[in-house]
Design a binder for this molecule. Structure first.
Ligand SMILES: Nc1ncnc2c1ncn2[C@@H]1O[C@H](COP(=O)(O)OP(=O)(O)OP(=O)(O)O)[C@@H](O)[C@H]1O
Ligand SMILES: [Mg+2]
Length: 517
C-alpha cells in the first residue's frame, strides 16, 4: 500500500538503514547517560519525520518515549511552542496511564487539572513539580516560566525513570522568537538542554542552509553540539524497491516500469509514493503506457497532486516577484552560469546574485560552479508549464518516435497529452489546439503502412466516438516523419497508407476539414 498523507512507519517504511542506525546509536547513548544530539538536514517531504518515528518505534522500550513536534505546525512560531512541547512531554509521560490527552485539554484548565489529579504517577511527583505542571496551561509566559518548561522533560524523566527523545521539526524557525529584548531562544535552549542527562534532542528542518549555519557557525549557541545527518533522495535501487514492494502483490509494478518511473520522477520517497498510488489505481498490471498517463495526471496537469504541491512550493519561493519566477525558469533547463541567467532574466549580474540568494535552498551549485535547481523533478514541472512545455512528458517518457512526432506537432502550436487508455481509444497521443482535438496513432516504420482490418475499424470507430480528428504519423528509422490522412487509405481486406495519403501541411489540412462527426 502506498502512503502519502502521513509519515510512514513500520512495514511501509523503506530504506534509510544507515540513518536509522545513527539515530539508534544516539538513543543508546541517551540510555547510557551520554545523550547525543542529532540534526537532520533535508528538504521538505524527504522523510525526516518518518525517520525519527521509525527509529523510535524500533527502539521502543517502555522507558524511552519520543515526542515529535513541528514548531510551525500551528502557524507562525511564538513562545507558546514551549508550552505545547511541555504538554506533549506530559502526554508522553502520563498519557498511557490516563488514556486521554492532556494537550487536548489545554484550553480547559479545570478539566486539565482534574484529569491530572487522576494520575497516580502524577501524585508521586514533588510538590513543586506538580504545581508547575498544574499551572502549565494558564497565565502569561515569562522568561522564567520558559526556562522551567524547558527543564520539565528532564525533571519528569528523572522522577518517573523515563528517557525522552525530543524531535523538533523546522527548528530553524525558532530564530524569530521574541520573548523580550535581547532574548535568544537558542541560547536559552542550549543552556538548559546541556544539563539534561535523560533527554536528547533531534532537530530537523527543510531550510538546509539556515540549519547548517545554526549547528556549524562558531557564532551560534549550538556550535558543534549536534551530530549531522543529511537526508537525500533514495538510490535508484531503493526507489524501485519501494515502488515494487508497495504495489499489489497480485499485480506488481514490473521492473522496467519501475525503472523508467524512477528515472523520470527521481528518488524522493514522497513523489514515488504519489506515483505508485496513481499507478496501482488502474486495472491490471501497470505497464509503460499506464506510467505515461499516471505521470500526466500526477505531475503534468494543473490539478495533479504533485503539480499542486509544486505550485504551492513555487508560490512560497517566488511570491509576487516576476524576477524570481524568471530566475527559476532560467534554472529549470539545467546547470547554467550566472551571466546566462542574468541574460535570460534581463537583469544585471549583481541583482541576479541577490535573486539566487533569495531562492535559497531551491538552488544548488554544481562542482564547476554552475547554478541548478536542487530538485530535478521540480525543474521538470517548471519546464512543463512553460508555453510549449506540454511536450516535456513525451520527451521524458516517450520513445524516439513519440518524441519526434510531438516535437513536430508542438512546432505547429499544438499542446500534447497522454490520455488514459479508457479515454484515448486506439491512439497514442492527443494533440490539442484551441478547441481542436487531434488523435495520433504513431507508427515506427516507413511507408507504406499496413493495418489489419480489425485494427483499422477500431481506429475509425474510436475517432468517431471520441469526436476527434485523427491521423497516423509514420516515423522512419532515420527519424523522418510523415503525417497521413486516413481518408486516403486504400481499404480492402486490411488498410494501407502510402505516399498518396501524405498530408503536406497539417494546419491547412485541418482547416479544410469540416466539423467532426
Ligand atoms: N522511508 C520512507 N519509506 C517510504 N516512504 C517514505 C519514507 N520517508 C518518507 N516517505 C514518504 O514521504 C512522505 C513524507 O514523509 P515525512 O512526513 O516523513 O517527510 P518530512 O521530511 O518530515 O516532511 P515535511 O517537510 O512535510 O515535514 C510520507 O508520507 C511518505 O509518503
Ligand atoms: Mg515532517
Amino acid at each position: 500500500m502506498f502512503q502519502t498523507s502521513t509519515p510512514v512507519v513500520g512495514k511501509g517504511f523503506h530504506n534509510r538503514e544507515t540513518e536509522l542506525e545513527a539515530l539508534s546509536r544516539a538513543m543508546q547513548r541517551l540510555v547510557a547517560g551520554q545523550p547525543q544530539w542529532v540534526a537532520i538536514l533535508g528538504p521538505r517531504k524527504i522523510g525526516k519525520t518518518s525517520l525519527v518515528l521509525e527509529a523510535a518505534r524500533r527502539a521502543r522500550t517502555d522507558t524511552l518515549r519520543v515526542i515529535t513536534l513541528d514548531v510551525q505546525e500551528q502557524g507562525p512560531v511564538s513562545t507558546g511552542v514551549f508550552r505545547r512541547l511541555a504538554l506533549e512531554v506530559l502526554d508522553a509521560a502520563l498519557g498511557r496511564e490516563l488514556g486521554e490527552s492532556l494537550e487536548r485539554l489545554a484550553h480547559e484548565p479545570a478539566a486539565y487539572r482534574s484529569l491530572l489529579q487522576r494520575s497516580e504517577r502524577f501524585g508521586r511527583l514533588s510538590a513543586s513539580l506538580r504545581s508547575e505542571i498544574l499551572e502549565l496551561v494558564e497565565g502569561q509566559i515569562s522568561l522564567e516560566r520558559l526556562g522551567a518548561w524547558l527543564d520539565l522533560p528532564e525533571q519528569l524523566a528523572a522522577a518517573l525513570g523515563l528517557f525522552f527523545v525530543i524531535a523538533l521539526d523546522e527548528f530553524q524557525e525558532l530564530e524569530t522568537l521574541k520573548a523580550q529584548k535581547d532574548f535568544n531562544a537558542f541560547m536559552l535552549m542550549r543552556s538548559r538542554w546541556q544539563k539534561h542527562r535523560r533527554v536528547t534532542y533531534f532537530i530537523s528542518g527543510s531550510a538546509r542552509s539556515m540549519l547548517l549555519k545554526l549547528v556549524q557557525s562558531p557564532q551560534s549557541p549550538f556550535f558543534q553540539h549536534f551530530a549531522l545527518r543529511e537526508l537525500g533522495p533514495f538510490s535508484t535501487e531503493a526507489a524501485m524497491e519501494l515502488l515494487q514492494r508497495e504495489s499489489h502483490p497480485e499485480s506488481p509494478i514490473p521492473r522496467d516500469v519501475a525503472e523508467l518511473a524512477v528515472k523520470t520522477i527521481g528518488g524522493f520517497p514522497f513523489y514515488l509514493q504519489l506515483l505508485g498510488e496513481e499507478l496501482v489505481d488502474r486495472q491490471g498490471i501497470p505497464d509503460q503506457s499506464s506510467l505515461k498517463t499516471s505521470l500526466q495526471k500526477l505531475l503534468f496537469s494543473r490539478t495533479g497532486r504533485l503539480a499542486l504541491y509544486f505550485e504551492g512550493e513555487f508560490q512560497k519561493l517566488v511570491g509576487r516577484s516576476t524576477f524570481l519566477a524568471a530566475t527559476l525558469d532560467a534554472l529549470a533547463e539545467g546547470p547554467i552560469n550566472l551571466t546566462a541567467i542574468a541574460e535570460a532574466i534581463q537583469a544585471p549580474t549583481g541583482a541576479t546574485v541577490t535573486y539566487l540568494e533569495r531562492l535559497q535552498d531551491a538552488v544548488a551549485r554544481t562542482e564547476d560552479g554552475l547554478y541548478r535547481l536542487a530538485d530535478p523533478t521540480f525543474a521538470l514541472w517548471l519546464r512543463w508549464r512553460r508555453p510549449g512545455g506540454t511536450i516535456v512528458p513525451m520527451s521524458v517518457v516517450g520513445d524516439e518516435a513519440e518524441k519526434s512526432v510531438s516535437h513536430a506537432l508542438s512546432a505547429m502550436g499544438f499542446d500534447l497529452v497522454y490520455q488514459s487508455k479508457g479515454s484515448r481509444g486506439a491512439f497514442d497521443l492527443l494533440a490539442t489546439r484551441g478547441a481542436l482535438q487531434l488523435g495520433i496513432q504513431v507508427r515506427r516504420s516507413s511507408l507504406p503502412l499496413r493495418f489489419k482490418r480489425a485494427e483499422w475499424s477500431r481506429m475509425v470507430a474510436d475517432g468517431r466516438s471520441l469526436r476527434w480528428r485523427w491521423i497516423v504519423a509514420s516515423v522512419s528509422a532515420s527519424g523522418e516523419i510523415t503525417m497521413l490522412d486516413p481518408a486516403r487509405a486504400s481499404v480492402r481486406r486490411g488498410a494501407t497508407l502510402s505516399e498518396k495519403a501524405r498530408i503536406p501541411n497539417l494546419l491547412l489540412w485541418l482547416d479544410l476539414q469540416g466539423p467532426v462527426g
